[in-house]
Design a protein around this ligand. Structure first.
Ligand SMILES: [Zn+2]
Length: 427
């Protein structure tokens, strides 16, 4: 089976490099599929895990090492790059990939999640607009409210220097076009599981209105910047834990067309109750157009990746693999553990003897224990290489298992050995 689709705008507007998604195999008894996303900077074989380099770097690791460990693309964040160094700098540099010495595909997260979460301090809740302020204000407690949402956009305080900024759908598109990633996300209002149902409805309506504005501005910028490689725009499906809201969002955004333009793919975002992950993703993916790629935002724990792949997601990103690596936590086939634990002082085996990464083929747990205890910078580099390889390879193995027709066995085998449960994380 082959789903080839190519928007005609790259020809109309003069862009020479296009974006497309081909499905090579689809499971008959689940939503899982194997495909290829083609971008101006090359293909991504899916399902694929996309490592996060929030500020145009995967912390402590060279891009060459990321390529060696099998990363097919990297995801950076529009909010962080807008604040520092400024998206105009990336534009002048020739775009994100050129700027950070990464020739392969890139993604940018829209900044919606970040202006709303970092603007008030991570994992705290936002100030609401006047109408619903009182009801949802309860959750915000006495925290400083540094992000204010209205129908036009979000005003927020920089987490770097306290300066005030405003993101609207148009600004997010302008910033992401300057950054120049192959795949961008529409500006959305990200809620939490604690928001009231009426607020979730309000936020979803707003996200829909913003989606139209993103498509319009994206079209305008694509025309204005016709000599640049085509950048694909993904709509973001919100709706928290509510079945009707998730399905409505998938229906509305899946069929949305504005200025003759529809979304090139979709991100599934927002508040996700991990216990319900598979259910929520199924609601959405059963409705979204089959022939467009789907990205599950901020999910990267091994057990959750199986759920995401089985329920029809094509790409994933998460900061967890690199973030926990810097605290000496590593994934292995036998679960997750901390290398700084004294039981590794004289352990001259690799972190994971089934891993083929640079770290596992050249270093021992005893050495890793030593560099973590000594706070040596190389500890972050070596542990990040291992964790990113572990997750990238795991999703690659899922892809192969789908092609070989033994995904269920592979999943049962992995989960039978790997038991640690860990969380969701966007940066
Ligand atoms: Zn390894």
């Amino acid at each position: 089976m082959r789903y080839g689709w190519m928007n005609n705008r790259e020809f109309r507007f003069g862009n020479t490099l296009s974006f497309s998604f081909d499905i090579q195999h689809a499971e008959s008894d689940s939503l899982a599929r194997v495909g290829t996303i083609n971008t101006p900077h090359g293909p991504i074989q899916t399902p694929a895990f996309i490592p996060v380099g929030t500020k145009a770097t995967v912390k402590s690791v060279l891009p060459e090492a990321m390529a060696d460990l099998g990363a097919q693309a990297l995801l950076s964040n529009a909010y962080h790059l807008y604040l520092q160094p400024g998206s105009d700098i990336l534009d002048e540099a020739g775009g994100l990939g050129e700027f950070m010495n990464w020739p392969d595909p890139t993604f940018t997260d829209s900044g919606g999640f970040q202006v709303l979460s970092l603007g008030v301090g991570f994992k705290k809740v936002l100030a609401m607009d006047a109408q619903t302020f009182r009801r949802d204000d309860v959750i915000a407690g006495n925290k400083d409210r540094l992000a204010h949402v209205d129908d036009e956009g979000v005003t927020f305080k920089s987490h770097l220097d306290g300066s005030m900024h405003r993101f609207t759908p148009e600004v997010s598109m302008q910033v992401q076009h300057q950054i120049g990633a192959d795949i961008m996300f529409a500006f959305d209002e990200c809620t939490t599981l604690h928001n009231t149902r009426p607020y979730q409805e309000l936020a979803m309506d707003r996200t829909y209105a913003w989606a139209i504005r993103c498509l319009d501005e994206h079209k305008r910028l694509t025309e204005e910047r016709a000599t640049k490689p085509y950048q694909a725009l993904f709509g973001v499906i919100q709706g928290a834990q509510y079945e009707d809201l998730r399905k409505k969002a998938a229906t509305d955004l899946g069929t949305l067309e504005s200025s003759g333009q529809s979304f090139d793919g979709f991100g599934i975002g927002g508040a996700l109750d991990k216990g319900q992950l598979g259910t929520i993703v199924s609601w959405v993916n059963e409705i979204l157009p089959e022939d467009k790629p789907r990205h599950l935002l901020g999910i990267g724990a091994p057990e959750d990746l199986f759920v995401g792949v089985e329920k029809g997601c094509d790409t994933f990103d998460c900061v967890l693999a690199s973030r926990i690596a810097r605290t000496s936590a590593v994934y292995t086939m036998e679960g997750r553990f901390n290398l700084s634990n004294s039981r590794f002082k004289r352990d001259f085996t690799p972190i994971d003897d089934e891993c083929d990464c640079y770290t596992c083929t050249h270093y021992t747990r005893a050495y890793m224990h030593h560099v973590f205890r000594g706070k040596e910078i190389i500890s972050a580099t070596l542990a990040t290489i291992h964790n990113e390889r572990f997750i990238v390879r795991l999703v690659d193995q899922m892809r192969q298992a789908l092609l070989d027709g033994n995904f269920a066995d592979m999943k049962a085998d992995f989960l039978g050995r790997y038991t640690h449960r860990s969380g969701q994380a966007r940066d």
